[in-house]
Design a protein around this ligand. Sequence first.
Ligand code: ZN
Length: 149
Amino acid sequence: MNGDLRDLYQEIILDHNRKPRNFEKPAGANREAEGYNPLCGDHYTIWLELDGETVRAFGFEGSGCAISKASASVMGTLIKGKTPAEAQQMYETFRDVVMGKVKPDLEALGKLAAFAGVSEFPARVKCAILPWHAMHTALEGKETAVSTE
Ligand code: ZN
């Protein structure tokens, strides 16, 4: 990865950490899940408003490191308006990329590519995946707490 690209990705993460998008509970939320990463102390509640065919709204609250907060924020901007199946597909793709299981197609990933470098830092992989894991649980309709352990 060249330096300019690395700087761009760093900027996306810093921006979303500083100004997280959808950092509140949506009025119409009908799914909820909690995500907790004891290794880092990341702890979030995420909400979805599902109308059957579409993820109408997303929101989250909580606290944690820059990677986890930016991951939740970027995820929210990407899954809104998608079908649950599309959101699940994005979850699987993102998980494989940050776990280093696949060679990332940076162009196809768009903003998610900002997190591809996390695969080089095993301790941060759970931070990046945590919000996605919680979103996945919320889509499945479970309302239990999620832990990365
Ligand atoms: Zn973290």
